[in-house]
Design a protein around this ligand. Structure first.
Ligand code: NOJ
Length: 532
């Protein structure tokens, strides 16, 4: 492999939702020492980097996405020295550490906001977004919170409203203020000096808002049952041209340190998304590509989505793929437990950097959360329309001991039903399990650069089979994914033969693939080609 490539181009990232990974101090909530304890599992799995959702000081109104001190660890998760130990041990095992940076908003308990709201003349007043009421009273404009209701909260003491794109306890910082930019650059440097390998930046496309505070236009496609904020097109609140200058500044800050990675969380259509690579690739290295989270699960749709994405990438822009995260329903819930194996093969054989969501390697399901156990503030604010995020955040299923080995105390969220048989320890012992499929795929990917950095070329279009080549130098691989529950025949190109190097059905590994190969329902194959 080309040694001059940055490490993340061939890396596989693993997202840890720290509250749910491993509890080490019997409070029912996962923590940093728990992650450290489980590093051997991650090494055995074969991932290269962990991205840890926020572990900073926080009142936890949005479970860490409401930060009250950007340069300290919340006691729920441990201490700064626990963090240093985790980073040191991860590095010693060859695992990179990526932190979650949440610059769009802080907690209302952050010292900056406490000062800002103290008076209109406070020097930090302009660090947040304050506006007078509308002329007739009420919020300054029609902007809506992602979590329901107006995005403006009235502060009676100072007679103005502040803007919050999410909870009213998550006031948005004013990224048009250079002091905010400088303070946040220092936050990045604080963690970079501690040796972190990069950041995933929360809602990066939200950072800058319209300077004139114009009303957002109504969304003609809105229909009842969708989150209420979708009633407006967020024309003046997200994806503003000015955001790219801010991102370029963040990127320059990260570039003060060698080999660090910047990932942006961005939910936008592909043609808007790719702008976040920035002018001359001076934006984020990886604008998260969430297209697979919503795509209709059939071969044509996925193939055209890949083609659209590959076609839209700027010269030199490196692709990436995501199948799940802490905000979206689990893949096994979406496509079913059998098809989830095919989805895993897709994620780990596409060109670009994949991110695995913790527990997907066990086929963890989307868990139905009883009403009285709902913790997610989004679901609490906007109940009953299916926006709840607890169901994809349930505790990791480690083994068949109490609470699935996650904690000796009652876990903060209920466990999935079948944890006593569906857990890492049991699955590790079953050669046909989802966990071993992930392990085999990750090993093959590491041994076979064609799978990570090789070229992508689609094969003939087929209703039910998604088929593509991955090629590098002399290696020619064909990936064939059966997106249905019925057997499907794959006809290789004239004159080619192959050998199955990996099947989702483990027992087929090594089988010869003459001109035609039949895939069982929900089967995926990686075939090494020869001849032609
Ligand atoms: C995106 C995060 O992924 C989500 O979990 C959070 O609630 C919002 N940003 C607000 O920070």
């Amino acid at each position: 492999m080309n040694a001059s490539r940055p490490w993340w181009e061939s890396a596989v990232i693993y997202q840890i939702y720290p509250r749910s990974f491993q509890d080490s101090n019997a409070d029912g909530i996962g923590d940093l020492n728990g992650i450290t304890q489980r590093l051997p599992y991650l090494v055995d799995l074969g991932i290269d980097a962990i991205w840890i959702s926020p572990v900073f000081r926080s009142p936890m109104m949005d479970f860490g996405y409401d930060i009250s001190d950007y340069t300290d660890i919340d006691p729920i998760f441990g201490t700064l020295s626990d963090f240093e130990r985790l980073t040191g041990q991860a590095h010693a095992r060859g695992i990179k550490v990526i932190l979650d940076f949440v610059p769009n908003h802080s907690s209302d308990q952050h010292a900056w906001f406490i000062e800002s709201r103290a008076s209109r003349s406070n020097p930090k007043r302009d660090w947040y977004i304050w506006r007078d009421p509308a002329p007739g009273g009420g919020p300054p404009n029609n902007w809506l919170s992602e979590f329901g209701g107006s995005a403006w909260e009235f502060d009676a003491a100072t007679g103005q409203y502040y803007y919050h794109a999410f909870l009213n306890s998550q006031p948005d910082l004013n990224w048009r203020n250079p002091d905010v930019v400088e303070a946040m650059r220092e936050v990045l440097r604080f963690w970079l000096r501690k040796g972190v390998d990069g950041f995933r930046v929360d809602v990066i496309w939200h950072l800058v808002k319209d300077a004139l505070f114009r009303d957002n236009p109504p969304n003609p496609d809105y229909h009842a049952g969708r989150p209420p904020n979708e009633a407006l097109v967020p024309l003046y609140t997200t994806d503003l041209p000015e955001v790219h200058d801010v991102i370029a500044t963040l990127r320059r800050t990260v570039d003060e340190f060698p080999d660090r990675l910047l990932i942006g969380e961005i939910y936008l259509p592909v043609e808007r998304l790719v702008a976040y690579y920035g002018r001359d690739l001076g934006g984020v290295h990886l604008p998260f590509n969430f297209a697979l989270l919503n795509v209709r699960w059939d071969a044509r749709c996925i193939q055209s989505l890949i083609a659209e994405y590959e076609g839209a990438l700027p010269q030199g822009g490196w692709p990436n793929w995501v199948l799940g995260n802490h905000d979206r329903p689990r893949i096994a819930g979406r496509v079913g437990p059998l098809q989830a194996a095919v989805a895993a093969m897709l994620l780990l054989t596409l060109r670009g950097t994949p991110t695995i969501y913790y527990g997907d390697e066990l086929g963890m399901p989307q868990v139905e959360i009883p009403r009285d156990r709902v913790r997610d503030p989004f679901e609490r604010n906007v109940p009953g329309i299916g926006v709840g995020r607890d169901g994809c955040r349930t505790p990791m299923q480690w083994d068949a001991s109490d609470n699935a080995g996650f904690s000796t105390a009652d876990p903060w969220l209920p466990l999935a039903d079948a944890w006593w048989s569906n857990n890492a320890a049991d699955l590790r012992g079953d050669s046909r399990s989802m966990l071993n499929l992930y392990r085999r795929l990750l090993r093959l990917r590491k041994e076979t650069p064609a799978l990570s950095v090789g070229s992508y070329r689609s094969y003939a279009l087929d209703e039910d089979l998604l088929v593509y080549y991955r090629e590098l130098d002399d290696t020619r691989l064909l990936v064939a994914l059966n997106l249905t529950d019925r057997p499907q025949a794959l006809i290789l190109e004239d004159g080619t033969q192959g050998k199955i190097v990996l099947s989702t059905a483990a027992e087929r590994d090594g089988e010869r693939a003459p001109g035609t190969v039949t895939l069982a329902g929900h089967e995926g194959l990686i075939i090494a080609l020869s001849g032609h």
